[in-house]
Design a protein around this ligand. Structure first.
Ligand code: RIB
Length: 309
């Protein structure tokens, strides 16, 4: 893959309604929030923005509603260096929505309404098959219909396009889909849901990675929060520590990691370097609030890495 290698991202677009409060409300409890904002989000869009701002040559396959929010998001995506030609406007639907609580520790709890994201059907994917065929890599998540993720992965395999799956949010997946994946990037919860192995240590991560390798996936990256990432290639594993920063909001940290990681790989950075680059991007993102407002540009990532020496 060269510096001009192409990336396709397929996934969701949401308007995030974010409420910061001291603690998450328990059932029946009302908690007064300290700050409220609407920010552009959605796992697909966040990963596309992370790649676009990090310098990838990227096209985004997605759907927005025929509403003001959808139009504003499309305009912003274009400003983030993303080819939005494959972003469809769905008549009669509203743009996807995420309701997000952020507690005093910077943790979040999210509920989503798919809206126009549900219109990203296999037929929609088929309309954009040329985008997948032209790409060197296809990055997806699981806020889109599963049958569409499978259709896109099938097209990708037919066209020798590498498939990277961020299996978030946690969802049971068929072996047929997993066999089409080249790189998978679950967090601990998602790794447990896919393998049945609770990931509490490096040894657990190695065992979970082995299960995913056995399903045909060559590269497994299990993100471990503050502990970094477990990287396993064909069964050879190592933990790569992240950078220590004061996190105020972890929304889209994983998305930023994924978009930055694949951008670095498409530039032919060795995988260890690509993980460090992605760690740097995610470290910057957690020091800022919101999803896409927190995603850094390339110059910021390069400067952060230089400061680390
Ligand atoms: O990963 C963070 C994203 O998850 C948010 O932007 C929200 O839209 C949900 O999809």
């Amino acid at each position: 893959m060269s510096k001009n290698a192409k990336l396709a991202v397929l996934g969701s677009i949401n308007a995030d309604h974010i409420l910061n409060l001291a603690h998450f409300p328990r059932p029946g409890e009302t908690v007064i929030g300290q700050n409220y904002q609407i920010a552009f989000g959605g796992k697909g869009a966040n990963q596309a923005v992370a790649a676009g701002r990090a310098g990838a040559d990227i096209a985004f396959i997605a759907c927005v509603g025929a509403d003001d929010m959808g139009e504003r998001i499309r305009q912003q995506l274009a400003q983030d260096n993303i080819d939005t030609t494959p972003v469809e406007v769905v008549a009669g639907e509203s743009t996807g929505v995420a309701m997000i609580f952020v507690n005093g520790d910077g943790e979040n709890s999210i509920g989503i309404y798919a809206g126009a994201n549900a219109a990203l059907t296999p037929a929609c994917v088929a309309r954009h098959q040329p985008v997948i065929a032209a790409a060197d890599a296809l990055l997806m998540q699981l806020e889109s219909p599963l049958e569409s993720v499978l259709a896109a992965a099938t097209f990708a395999r037919q066209h020798q396009t590498q498939v990277i799956l961020n299996p978030a949010p946690a969802t049971p997946l068929s072996d047929d889909l997993l066999a089409l994946v080249d790189i998978i990037t679950p967090n601990e919860t998602e790794a447990e849901s896919l393998t049945g192995i609770a990931v509490n240590s490096d040894e657990d991560a190695a065992r979970a990675a082995a299960v995913l390798h056995a399903k045909g996936i060559g590269t497994v990256l299990i993100t471990l929060g503050r502990r970094g990432v477990w990287l396993s290639e064909q069964g050879e594993g190592q933990r790569i520590a992240g950078f220590s920063v004061k996190a105020i909001d972890t929304i889209a940290a994983g998305d930023t990691f994924n978009g930055a990681f694949i951008t670095a790989r498409l530039e032919q950075k060795p995988i260890y370097e690509a993980v460090r680059f992605a760690h740097a991007a995610a470290a910057i993102a957690v020091t800022r609030s919101g999803a896409q407002p927190s995603v850094p540009w390339r110059a910021e990532i390069d400067e952060f890495l230089q400061q680390q020496g």
